[in-house]
Design a protein around this ligand. Structure first.
Ligand code: PMP
Length: 370
């Protein structure tokens, strides 16, 4: 049987595994930080209408610069982000994963490096590898906050070309204070200067504000966002960034022509017409997230402070402790995520009924373990 290693694949891909959150068919799926609420029916209708219009022109390539979509995204950011941005500051792609890939193709690549402070979003390292960018795993404190002195030192020593800061962080859930982001930006400029990418995939769920205002006078800063979480549109695949117009010009050097299909653009525009309704679900999810934190603590778990739509809980002792707990919870029909952080698991905030099912499962688990 021919396997990957029998093919002439690049050396750095040998023996590696692809990103792979299990997609299992169980009653309660709380493992990939999706929004549990299906899109409201009027929005589904509007998407159908917009896509029907787009279908009439599918013989043509789509708007390569996605001007209408980027304009609407800029309006959304300006309205919610306490910082005015326009079309020239915004770029969009197929999910923020593609935004990150384009950033690494532009500012990373062979002979260059990127750093993240781990545990954090594993795709930053994986996309680095895919783009030939060297990956540096920076440190965090025991409580999963960023150890500023150690992080500054890692930047000064390694002089990375790209610095990733995920806030709120995935999988831990905690937000990074703006002062820390500013200090890391300064450290990155002093060391190289390098690009600093603030991944705000979960910012709409945060108790605090977006770091968009930091873009003022900082051309090497990028804020990356997505419609996968707050907009409840993970299946749409629409991510975007806000940055200095020069950054938007630079990523166009690597983007594939017509990368955003006309169907994607039409669907995203329809969703943006329903922003207020969709952000209403965010409020419900924040309430449920806060309830999960309280109830998990009441059951006797340790919980990391969360500004996201998920909660990291533990601790599970033993080498395989978190994986065994993951399996026991799954045996009760609830899928959570084992991100490989020893002693900890992550649960996404679902509907109240899904969260109740999860809480029942972990209550039973706790009883078994005590
Ligand atoms: N950034 C972070 C921190 C994430 O957790 C995720 C999704 N899990 C993404 C980016 C990618 O999201 P998408 O490609 O769906 O926009």
């Amino acid at each position: 049987m021919t396997g990957i290693d029998d093919l002439p694949v690049r050396d750095e891909l040998r023996g590696k595994s692809p990103y792979g959150a299990p997609q299992l068919d169980v009653p309660v799926r709380l493992n990939t930080n999706e929004n549990p609420y299906p899109l409201p029916e009027p929005l589904v209708e509007r998407i159908a209408e917009r896509v029907r219009e787009a279908a009439r022109n599918l013989n043509r390539y789509p708007d390569r610069d996605a001007v209408e979509l980027r304009t609407e995204l800029a309006k959304y950011l300006t309205k919610t982000g306490k910082h005015a941005v326009g079309l020239q500051n915004v770029w969009a792609a197929n999910g923020s994963n593609e935004v990150i890939q384009q950033l690494l193709q532009t500012f990373g690549g062979p002979g260059r490096t990127a750093i993240g402070f781990e545990p954090s979003y594993s795709m930053h390292g994986l996309i680095a590898r895919g783009t030939g960018t060297g990956w540096i795993s920076g440190p965090r404190n025991e409580d999963f906050t960023i150890d500023l002195a150690a992080a500054e030192q890692a930047i000064a020593e390694n002089k990375p070309d790209v610095v990733f800061i995920t806030t709120p962080n995935n999988p831990t859930g905690n937000a990074v204070p703006p002062e820390t982001v500013l200090a890391l930006y300064e450290a990155a400029q002093a060391a190289k200067p390098s690009m600093v990418v603030v991944d705000e995939a979960y910012i709409e769920f945060s108790h605090g504000d977006s770091l968009l205002p930091l873009l003022e006078d900082r051309p090497n800063l990028v804020v990356s966002r997505t419609m996968s979480k707050a907009f409840g549109a993970a299946g749409l695949r629409l991510g975007y960034l806000a940055a200095h117009p020069a950054v938007v010009d630079a990523v166009q050097l690597v983007r594939l022509p017509y990368h955003l299909s006309a169907v994607t653009q039409a669907t995203a525009l329809a969703a943006l017409e329903h922003t207020d309704t969709l952000l209403g679900y965010v409020e419900q999810l924040k309430t449920e997230r806060d309830r999960l934190v309280l109830e998990l603590r009441a059951i006797g778990f340790e919980v990391t402070e969360s500004d996201a739509n998920f909660v990291q809980f533990g601790r599970f002792d033993g080498e395989n402790g978190s994986h065994e707990a993951w399996q026991r919870i799954l045996d009760r029909g609830v899928l959570v995520r084992d991100n490989g952080v020893p002693g900890w698991l992550r649960v996404s905030a679902g509907t109240p009924a899904e969260n109740d099912a999860f809480l029942d499962a972990v209550r039973e688990l706790k009883k078994e373990q005590s």
